[in-house]
Design a protein around this ligand. Sequence first.
Ligand code: ADP
Length: 232
Amino acid sequence: MKKVKKTKIDLISLTAHQLKNPLSAMKLSMQMLSEGDFGKISKEQKDIVEKILQKNETLICLVDDLLDMAKIEEKRHIHNLTLVNIDDLIESLIRFEQEEIINKKIEFKFEKPTNLQKIKLDKEKISMALQNILNNAVKYTPICGKITISLIQNGENLEIKIQDSGIGIPENQKEKLFSKFFRASNVVKIETTGSGLGLAIAKDIIESHHGKIWLESKEGEGSSFFVSLPIM
Ligand code: ADP
């Protein structure tokens, strides 16, 4: 089953890559045609070229989405389980965001108990999942906001809470948040960059570790994302 799936993903990836080059070449030629680089064209001819350009752009976006999706499928598989000190791992993720935290004058806290048990994880994959969540907290929290990461050992599980005082999530959109390509309406208005893939990737990775991810949020007040991982 795994082999068939991998072949399918490789095929999607390969096809998308093969399509991207001719589509980009067509775009360039049509842009030159539209701008009169090959000689003057009439208004009617220009309108038609513009329409073709629009359709071409739609196809390019579709191909990009296919490439992203193939990337997710690749990323979700956990390969390399080792005993990890989650405390150190989170410290390294914080260092990665440090510059932006300072630039935005965010009040940042990392609360953790002493003597946390090491846990078995695919370090690279879990780092990617948690980085996506932390990066969102920084991205969607305004200047002088607050972010707190807390680690709690809860019986057989380790719980990681990433709480921010950011823009929050509209109540009627919380359910869709972990779907591929979904971005909430309040975010789309203020922040144009983002693929809507980060949380979908995070969920896949966490569930591959038999963990859980969920959230609490109030629009305009902030969000808390929770990750629970079995200590095993
Ligand atoms: P994006 O690339 O848009 O950040 P994600 O998959 O990481 O994609 O997140 C999906 C959507 O979830 C975001 O577009 C945003 O609407 C919402 N979101 C995620 N984290 C937060 C957060 N900390 N505060 C507010 N909204 C968030």
